[in-house]
Design a protein around this ligand. Structure first.
Ligand code: ADP
Length: 478
């Protein structure tokens, strides 16, 4: 019989997405099915979601779930077995899943403690249809209290895994919420719940779960350092032996240059179609001839992404023959600086402020290189889309970027293994040098074609990582 895992998260494709977390949570059940694990995903029933469930039935209920009644509806959506926690006093709100125009909802600690509570009760008692998990897999701070509730209730026979998708979000709350969050006073110690004088649901999960994962091996190592751990590095260091870095995969059906309906198709054996996509892109953006590499950026325009470093380097990059198209939104100062450069050099630089999925596909197909100069990057998806589309990634040596791109150093070039340009540290000096190397490599036809082919044939799907999750579940299941 297939093994059973309950995945607990605040968002999941196809029901609700605000970031990469939803992609991963939505991809895992399909990936794990091939490894002999069935996964049900528990998330809040935000407005309108229950109506999207096929065959909805009530499988769990509690009269007082943090101030009102709560029930869990099981059903199918987009091929997934979903569990929606229906608790109108917590989730039926006009704003977004985490807040509205006034900011984060003040009762967010309770809203997601309720999600964690329901997960912990389901782990302890099972559901009305007899289903009870062997593993509870918790994603980010919203699910962090679940392993803690299970520990304090003395629940046995169910393993727990806590996954960190971005350590910047920690689910903090003042210490006086201990009682309303249904946490025992005696556990308010530095070893357990206390976090710089208050509470953090992420810390609670990190100290009480049986195992910890994060989304790349390099990010796992970085999280143990103060520069990356954002206050939790000590907690993670203390659990180094239980920490696993498991890379995210990408959806290789959606991101496939052979079948992508948004582009002229091509593949690694017949890359000629890529030239047509490039020409169409130059045309669409009114750019002139670009003799060097046509670079693209598809990103949130934020300091995390290192894109504040780019504007000052563009004079030299275009002088050397390069061109640039940027698609993104974010911090006003970065948007402005990039727009300014495009105004000064309209034949070589174009900037589109906005979010546009179809254009993202055209940019990956038509670009020669994709730039990802992040200061930190837990895993990162765009460098992998670049590889898949033969769009050579230029990336900072951090997090998942470091684990997915092979730098074109002399040894890798000799071995025929290079897939991109990797630079460090994330500053203007190193990024400038990376751009110079990119131009030089682009000018070396055979080397460039080899890199492109290597990237297009690299394994980027979930095969290896789903096996790693399955092995981890196996080792932590009762
Ligand atoms: P993060 O989750 O930190 O923003 P990732 O690289 O993990 O970074 O994921 C970003 C995702 O959002 C990718 O799928 C990328 O293609 C997409 N994306 C980012 N900005 C845009 C945009 N302006 N238009 C379309 N897609 C975008």
């Amino acid at each position: 019989m297939a093994r059973r895992v309950l995945s607990v998260a605040s968002e999941c494709v196809p029901l609700l997405k605000t970031g990469g977390l939803a992609d991963v949570v939505g991809a895992l059940p399909g990936a794990l099915a091939g490894q002999g694990w069935t996964m049900r995903v528990l998330m809040p029933a935000y407005p309108g979601l229950a109506a999207k469930l096929k065959g909805a039935r009530k499988v769990w209920a509690q009269k007082d779930l943090f101030g009102g009644p709560g029930r869990v509806l099981a059903g199918r959506a987009g091929g997934l077995e979903m569990l929606l926690l229906d608790a109108p006093h917590l989730y039926d709100r006009a704003g977004g899943p985490y807040g509205d125009a006034a900011g984060d909802y003040p009762d967010n600690p309770e809203r997601f403690a309720a999600l964690s509570w329901a997960a912990a009760r389901i782990a302890a008692e099972g559901m009305a249809d007899g289903w009870r998990p062997e593993i509870v897999h918790c994603h980010d701070w919203q699910a962090g209290f679940a392993p803690a509730y299970m520990r304090f209730a003395g629940t046995r026979g169910v393993g727990t895994v806590m996954s960190v998708h971005n350590i910047a979000f920690q689910g903090t709350a003042p210490a006086d919420r201990l009682d309303t969050l249904r946490l025992p006073e005696a556990a308010f110690t530095r070893e357990l719940l206390e976090y710089w004088g208050g509470l953090s649901s992420l810390k609670a999960g990190l100290v009480t779960a049986d195992a910890i994962t994060t989304v790349s091996p390099t990010y796992a190592a970085e999280l143990m350092r103060p520069e990356f751990g954002m206050g939790l590095d000590g907690v993670i260091r203390a659990r180094a032996g239980d920490l696993h870095g498991i890379l995210n995969g990408i959806d290789t059906m959606v991101w496939n240059p052979e079948t992508d309906p948004a582009i002229h198709p091509y593949n690694a054996r017949a890359p000629a179609g890529k030239r047509r996509n490039r020409a169409a892109l130059l045309d669409e953006f009114g750019l002139g001839e670009v003799p060097g590499p046509l670079a693209v950026v598809i990103s949130r325009l934020t300091e995390q992404k290192g894109l504040d470093l780019l504007p000052d380097l563009l004079d030299e990059f275009t002088w050397r023959g390069g061109g640039l198209i940027v698609l993104g939104t974010g911090e006003a100062r970065i948007e402005m600086a990039l727009r300014h450069r495009a105004d000064e050099n309209p034949g070589r630089i174009a900037v589109r402020i906005g979010y546009d999925e179809a254009l993202a596909h055209r940019l990956f197909a038509g670009g020669d290189a994709v730039l990802v100069p992040s200061r930190f990057e837990p895993c990162g998806l765009t460098q992998m889309y670049g590889l898949r589309y033969g769009t050579v990634p230029l990336v900072a040596a951090t997090g998942g970027l470091n684990d997915t791109v092979i730098d074109a150093n002399p040894a890798a070039l000799d071995a025929g293994a290079a897939t991109g340009v990797v630079f460090a540290p994330t500053d203007a000096l190193a990024l400038g040098q990376g751009l110079r190397r990119l131009v030089a490599l682009h000018g070396d036809g055979p080397a460039w074609r080899r890199m492109r082919r290597n990237g297009m044939t690299a394994r980027l799907d979930w095969t290896r990582s789903s096996r790693a999750y399955a092995d981890l579940y196996e080792s932590r299941a009762p």
